[in-house]
Design a protein around this ligand. Structure first.
Ligand code: ZN
Ligand code: ZN
Length: 443
């Protein structure tokens, strides 16, 4: 069978399996689990892989990760890894879909935490599952190996725990089946069925930050009898906004505090203040500079107000860097599937994705996939942006309680995974074989 005939047969199988694809998506969406708690999700995925008859199933990887291995029936030295993240978010869903999550899990001190797939990882799992099923059906025609990689804890392991892509690598999840290409996509508010890619930094480097300012408790009316940590904390928050001015403005970066915890009240100066936040930068090289700056700022502010400070950085994720060679060699496949008019350069983002660990280690590509009722707007200069379509469900960012992804977009998403797998195994996606052409913004 030629690659062209094989692709046609794969497409026909995907059309036949669209109802099953949607069923998987709805099941996973209705049953979301938080990072490092993806127990039922992992069991469901492993059960499907067993039904599909893949050659090997690896489970309990970095917690609840699952890898299915399909060994092709033709000789070949390529191994494609199709990666889907598994975890949901502590968000109360208000998307209004019939398969919305109403799940709650137990939180600290008897509280309950709502859980929802507000980042669309249910779509990632469902599309990779169906691509895997179809590739397993045609395994005798595959010149190489296919891995479906279901990765836990993309949204960040709970404080004090490890998890995610780097832990999978460190624990040897890929032993004996090292990918020669990793491919992944993230659903986004872009127009349904479009692919957006970026050469260089696709997603930012990220670090979680914790700053603890230690003072000494006293009466609010007698501050001189204690040490007030409040001015030092305020100085850190205000000063942090200026740190990014040390980075060239064309290299996006931000230092954001999203959580402040104080122990005082209106008439008590509390003992200490805890700040929690994140540093994001498009270029990995800027991270050390911002971390050092924030550390020195916190220590300096604490000293100048008689306090002491501790600064901790954890959950460090490198930037997702798409190498030009991988983009150039994958663009023909993407163009064939979605058409040139649905293939665009994405604007920069300071979001992160720990798929970066896999792509840095093994090579490959990560792109955005549109799944909402939006449309591109461009005036011909600079990167295009997008806006809601009149009468549609609107533009809703990932992590928002009303985030949604259209079911109708998913079959093409599964086709992209399946075709990229085929084209890589057949040697058609190979950066070392692609002449270098500069990829211009807007091309
Ligand atoms: Zn997310
Ligand atoms: Zn996500």
């Amino acid at each position: 069978m030629t690659p062209t005939i094989l692709r046609d047969q794969v497409d026909q199988a995907l059309r036949d399996l669209e109802p099953e694809l949607i069923r998987h998506r709805h099941h996973l969406h209705r049953n979301p689990e938080l990072s490092n708690r993806e127990i039922a999700t992992a069991a469901y995925l492993a059960e499907q892989l067993r039904r599909f008859g893949v050659d090997e199933i690896r489970t309990d990887l970095a917690g609840h990760g699952v890898i299915g291995v399909i060994r092709g029936g033709k000789p070949g030295d390529k191994t494609i890894a199709l990666r889907a993240d598994m975890d949901a978010l502590p968000v109360r869903e208000t998307s209004g879909v019939s398969f919305a999550s109403d799940r709650e899990v137990e939180g600290p001190n008897g509280t309950s935490i709502p859980v929802a797939h507000a980042c669309g990882h249910d779509c990632h799992m469902a599309t990779v599952l169906i691509a895997t099923k179809v590739l397993a059906m045609f395994r005798s025609e595959l010149p190489g190996t296919v891995l479906c990689v279901f990765q836990p804890a993309e949204e960040g392991a709970p404080i004090g725990e490890q998890g995610g892509a780097q832990v999978m690598i460190d624990e040897g999840a890929f032993a004996g089946v090292e990918p020669t290409m990793v491919f992944g996509m993230h659903v986004s508010p872009l127009p349904s069925g479009t692919v957006a890619y970026r050469s260089g930094s696709q997603f930012a480097a990220s670090t979680r930050v914790e700053v603890i300012i230690q003072g000494r408790q006293t009466h609010a009316a007698m501050p001189w009898l204690g040490i007030d940590p409040m001015p030092a904390a305020a100085g850190v928050i205000v000063g942090a906004a200026h740190l990014v001015r040390r980075i060239p403005v064309w290299q996006p970066a931000t230092v954001t505090f999203g959580h402040v915890e104080d122990q005082g009240r209106f008439n008590i100066i509390g003992d200490r203040i805890r700040l929690e936040g994140t540093i994001r930068c498009a270029e990995d090289a800027d991270m050390e500079r911002l971390k050092t700056g924030l550390h020195d700022l916190a220590i300096g502010q604490a000293q100048s107000h008689d306090c002491s400070a501790e600064v901790r950085f954890d959950h460090e994720v490198p930037a997702v860097v798409n190498q030009t060679g991988w983009i150039e060699s994958t663009l023909p496949t993407l163009r064939r599937l979605v058409g040139q008019e649905r293939l665009l350069v994405s604007p920069p983002t300071l979001g992160y994705d720990d798929v970066s660990a896999l792509i840095r280690r093994f090579g490959g590509l990560y792109v955005l996939y549109g799944a909402q009722d939006t449309r591109w707007v461009t005036d011909g200069s600079g990167a295009p942006t997008f806006e809601p379509i009149a009468g549609g469900r609107g533009l809703v960012p990932n992590h928002h309680p009303s985030f949604y992804a259209n079911d109708e977009a998913l079959r093409c998403g599964a086709a992209i995974h399946a075709h990229i797998a085929l084209d890589h195994l057949y040697g058609l996606i190979d950066p070392s074989a692609t002449p270098t052409i500069r990829v211009e913004a807007g091309s």
